[in-house]
Design a protein around this ligand. Structure first.
Ligand SMILES: [Zn+2]
Length: 315
């Protein structure tokens, strides 16, 4: 003869909910597949799950008792037919039971925060931009829902850890006029919380990087560019990088190395006046590392002319 749910849990028929819970927990400790791997234990574990599921639900228990008392004959032949249990869903009732117990007994814990660094250039900092970040965050395992086992077996998806590391791509809007090292907070985009706790936050640290070796100091932009010896001597137009793209400097003839040029309206934007500031560009005469025969001859010619000039002066 099949046992009643009371018999399965080894409790009296008027047992209180607390008594049922206590007894159920005690039996789980003996027959849970993580503890006891025998086939017999597996079957008992299934039975105690069914019994607890019915007896811990007021409505189900009432119906069950009514059915037993009104027609014991029928009940004894087909006792559990009318009771759908959670077993078919792939989770034992104990999984659900434990989750509810955890909710009641454990305080919600906020998930951990995640910090990610992004690099933007000066122009992006001024005008605002977007950056996509890939973050790896730990989340409750979607298969076992953090219970570490499914179908009475260790969850294969999370390997029994109850959590999975998920990669997520998040696009962040970086507002205009942002300052270097600003921390942007994206609420609840961090790691998931525990026991119904809120997720942590995601912090984006915005770093403004130098562009094309431009240095900004006290609101003035500084840089250095190389020019050829003949540009230095003959003069000419050269292209120089600025915060806003390339600008052209007119190099006058006989420019010396380390000579500085001031460019206006290409520097830092003044937010109040909406005018761009200055850039100081220093030119460095660059001697070529290789020259052709023709060039060599020309340099010799220059030397010759120069020494004649000196001789003429000394006479
Ligand atoms: Zn899992």
């Amino acid at each position: 003869m099949l046992k009643s749910y009371y018999e399965i849990l080894n409790i009296c028929e008027n047992a209180s909910k607390d008594e049922i819970k206590k007894q159920f927990k005690k039996l789980v400790k003996m027959y849970h597949p993580d503890i006891n791997s025998s086939l017999e234990a597996e079957n008992i574990f299934k039975e105690i799950n069914k019994a607890a599921e019915i007896l811990l639900d007021d409505e189900k228990r009432k119906n069950y008792d009514k059915l037993r008392n009104t027609n014991k004959e029928v009940y004894n032949k087909k006792p559990h037919q009318n009771y759908k249990t959670s077993e078919s869903s792939g989770y034992s009732f104990y999984d659900i039971f434990k989750k509810t117990e955890n909710k009641k007994t454990k305080k919600p814990k906020k998930g951990s925060d995640i910090t990610v660094n992004v690099e933007i250039d000066y122009q992006e900092a001024l005008l605002g931009t977007y950056r996509s970040v890939n973050i790896a965050k730990s989340s409750i395992c979607p298969k076992c829902l953090g219970k570490k086992f499914a179908n009475g077996q260790k969850c294969s998806y999370c390997n029994g850890l109850g959590e999975k590391t998920l990669n997520k791509k998040i696009t962040v809007k970086i507002p205009p006029k942002i300052k270097d090292k600003t921390k942007l907070r994206l609420k609840q985009e961090g790691s998931e919380g525990e026991f119904n706790g809120q997720p942590g936050d995601l912090y984006i640290v915005v770093n403004i990087t130098k562009k094309d070796d431009l240095t900004v100091k006290d609101g003035i932009v500084y840089n250095e560019v190389e020019i050829s010896p003949y540009t230095a001597v003959l003069g000419g137009n050269i292209k120089v990088p600025t915060l806003w793209g390339e600008a052209v400097i007119k190099i006058p003839p006989l420019t010396k190395s380390n000579q500085s040029f001031k460019l206006i309206d290409v520097g830092v934007l003044n937010e109040k006046t909406n005018k761009k500031g200055e850039q100081i560009t220093k030119v460095i005469i660059q001697i070529p590392s290789e020259i052709s025969n023709d060039e060599y001859k020309l340099y010799e010619k220059l030397k010759e002319i120069n020494s004649k000039k000196k001789n003429a002066q000394s006479i």
